[in-house]
Every structure is written in structure tokens, then in C-alpha cells.
Design a protein around this ligand. Structure first.
Ligand code: CP3
Length: 339
């Protein structure tokens, strides 16, 4: 069985499987070339041959143990009817139709599905073209993180607009989260139908929630997604990533039903092994080390590998690799982990 799937079933391997968040991205010259050919980031996401190509690039170059579908978490709100654009150097912009933030007007699941069909085609192509030992990971944003972009229309440092909406109009906010959750269940289910062997749920802004709101808006929707996927696709593992959750990682691991939890770089590994005992762990190298390289990188990579020895562990970063990372540092990392 593929190494990533073995770990997700609870096995501790002597050499942990490795992949990197954002492994297909701007730090790679071949990615930049394909993206230029596509014209825009969104054209790249919606052109299956090109999305397949950029997904495969880091697998060819480094032989990672997993490939993650090339797409974006914001394709779901776009398919639900919001206007999405990426402003060069500034990040995403989302606009509600007529500027009216009414969750009741979001498109229903079958219409969402039609818009996302090219993504399923990318998954189908990958499941045929990936090396036999490479695990194919599908993904979606967690409803809370997607909602932070829907509320603000852009990335924000503190998720202020979403927090304001959540506290001042909880019913309206819950209605939106519920719609996003329904669409996400369907989206992930179709990725699995198309060949995804694992799915990962990115809750990049989970760290902005108070404990009661974390329970309600991070744990509860993800629990519903995991339960529904388990009913439709028994045996397909789910990786949850409640980034920045701190001590709440424990509640997330215990309650959500995920098979694995991705750790950000701030989580102490000894604590995680004890407190999150029942799940496999992924992470958690500081992405800055992929910029810095050298002995600092080797040392930290081995510290993490050794701290996780004997526990089901997938080696990864604590967040995405950044555009200023040096591709040669990935070779140093792999040598430190596998060599
Ligand atoms: O290799 C992979 O990890 C797979 C593809 C992937 C992308 N985005 C491609 C991408 C995945 C899994 C994501 C998830 C994603 N997208 C998240 C959750 C993970 C995280 O990083 O916290 C979030 C919050 C987004 C939303 C998003 N997409 C933002 C805020 C931005 C702009 C910031 C930036 O890095 O430029 C994007 C754009 C984006 N998504 C790029 C890539 C490769 C860069 C776009 C480009 O090529 O110009």
C-alpha cells in the first residue's frame, strides 16, 4: 500500500512520507512558465491539462509521496455565484452579485457542480498519470475560512469582517456556513469519485476563533463534512488543518472524526503526540527554512522527524512554501529526511 495511506491508517513508518503544502507554486520556474502559458491563475485552475501538468511538476522533480490537486479553495464560493479575481501581487477579490450579501441567493449544489466540472477532470487525469506509489490528495477550504473571504471580499489580517458578521448576525452567518458546507461535501465527494484517495480540509484562519466559536464554526461544519464523506465513501481518509488553533487542536482531533491533523509550525510535537493521540499527524516545519536552507533546515527537519519517530507521521511544512523559497532547499530537506 502507498506510504501516505499506510500512515493515515495509523502505521508509523521508519522514514515518514513527505509532501509540501503549495508544492506546485511560484518558487518553481516550470510552474511560472506554465502559469504564463495559461494566462492567469484562474485559467490555470480551470484548464485540466495545465492543472494536471503543474500538479505533476513537483512530483517529477522531487518524487514527493503525495500530489495535491492544483486548484484553489475560492473556486467554491465562485461557483456559488460570487465574482472571483486575483489581483497581481495583492491576492484574491470576491464580490457578491449586486453587492448584496444574501446567503439565500447562493447557487444550489447542482449548479455549483457544473461550474467545478473541470476540477473533477483534472483529478481524473491525475489519477491516471501519477506514479503508482504517489497518493493523490483532493482538497477544499473549510467553511469558516471560505466564509472569511466571502465576508471580507479579500484576505484580511484579522478576519475582522467575518468575526463582525458572526457575532452581530449569527443566524445569517450560520445560513452562509451551512450553504458552503453543503457545497463542500458535494465538491469533495465528486473529487473522490474522480480518483482522489485522501482529502484535506484547509481551515487556514481557524486561529481567529474564540473557543465557543471554534466549536461552532470550525469543528461543527468539518464534523458534518467528515461524517457525510465517511457515509458516502467509506475508508477515504480526511486530513484536517485548523491552522493556529493552539490548544483547540485537541478538541478538533477528538471531535471532528478526521484521520489526521496537519500541524502548524507553532504546535509542540511532544504535546501533540499525547493530546491528539488518536490521529495521524502531519507537519510541521517552518516554511521560512525553505528560504534559509543550509544547516538550519537540516537541523529542524531532523528534529521534527525524530520527535515524531514511532508515531504515524507525514512530513510537511506548517504552512505553504513561499514564492521566495529556493528549489534546491527541497533537495536538502529530502536528503535530511530520507537520506
Ligand atoms: O500545491 C498546492 O498546495 C495545491 C494548490 C493550492 C493553491 N491554493 C494554489 C494557489 C491549494 C491547496 C491552495 C489552498 C488555499 N488557497 C488556501 C488554504 C491554504 C493556505 O495557504 O492557507 C487559501 C487561504 C487560498 C486562497 C488563496 N489563493 C490566496 C489567499 C491566494 C493569494 C496569495 C498568494 O499566495 O498569492 C491564492 C493564490 C494561489 N493559490 C496561488 C497558488 C499556487 C498563487 C497564485 C499565482 O500563481 O499567482
Amino acid at each position: 500500500m502507498k506510504s501516505v495511506l499506510r500512515v493515515l491508517r495509523g502505521e508509523a513508518l521508519a522514514t515518514p512520507p513527505v509532501w509540501l503544502m503549495r508544492q506546485a507554486g511560484r518558487y518553481l520556474p516550470e510552474y511560472r512558465a506554465t502559469r504564463a502559458k495559461a494566462g492567469s491563475f484562474l485559467d490555470l485552475c480551470y484548464t485540466p491539462e495545465l492543472a494536471e501538468e503543474v500538479t505533476l511538476q513537483p512530483i517529477r522533480r522531487y518524487g514527493f509521496d503525495a500530489a495535491i490537486l492544483f486548484a484553489d479553495i475560492l473556486l467554491v464560493p465562485q461557483a456559488m455565484g460570487l465574482e472571483l479575481s486575483f489581483v497581481e501581487g495583492e491576492g484574491p477579490r470576491l464580490r457578491w452579485p449586486d453587492g448584496n450579501r444574501d446567503p439565500g441567493r447562493l447557487r444550489p449544489v447542482d449548479e455549483v457542480d457544473e461550474k467545478l466540472a473541470p476540477v473533477y477532470e483534472t483529478v481524473r487525469r491525475l489519477s491516471a498519470s501519477l506514479p503508482a506509489e504517489t497518493t493523490l490528495i483532493g482538497f477544499a477550504g473549510a467553511p469558516w475560512t471560505v466564509a472569511t473571504y466571502m465576508a471580507a471580499g479579500r484576505g484580511t489580517p484579522d478576519q475582522g469582517p467575518a468575526r463582525r458578521w458572526m457575532f452581530s448576525d449569527p443566524n445569517g452567518f450560520v445560513a452562509m456556513i451551512d450553504r458552503v458546507t453543503d457545497a463542500t461535501i458535494h465538491y469533495l465527494s465528486r473529487q473522490i469519485d474522480a480518483g482522489a484517495e485522501v482529502v484535506k480540509i484547509f481551515d487556514s484562519w481557524a486561529g481567529a476563533l474564540t473557543p465557543p466559536m471554534f466549536e461552532r464554526f470550525a469543528i461543527r461544519p468539518v464534523t458534518r463534512i467528515v461524517a457525510e464523506l465517511a457515509a458516502r465513501h467509506p475508508g477515504i481518509p480526511v486530513i484536517g488543518f485548523p491552522r493556529g488553533a493552539g490548544a483547540l487542536y485537541r478538541d478538533f482531533a477528538r471531535e471532528s472524526g478526521v484521520q489526521a491533523v496537519a500541524l502548524d509550525a507553532q504546535v509542540p510535537l511532544g504535546w501533540a503526540r499525547e493530546a491528539l493521540g488518536g490521529v495521524a499527524l502531519q507537519g510541521n516545519l517552518d516554511p521560512m527554512l525553505m528560504v534559509v536552507g543550509g544547516d538550519a533546515l537540516r537541523h529542524e527537519a531532523r528534529r521534527i522527524r525524530d520527535a515524531m519517530a514511532g508515531h504515524p507521521h507525514i512530513f510537511n511544512l506548517g504552512h505553504g512554501i513561499t514564492p521566495d523559497a529556493d528549489p534546491a532547499n527541497v533537495d536538502i530537506l529530502l536528503e535530511a529526511i530520507r537520506g
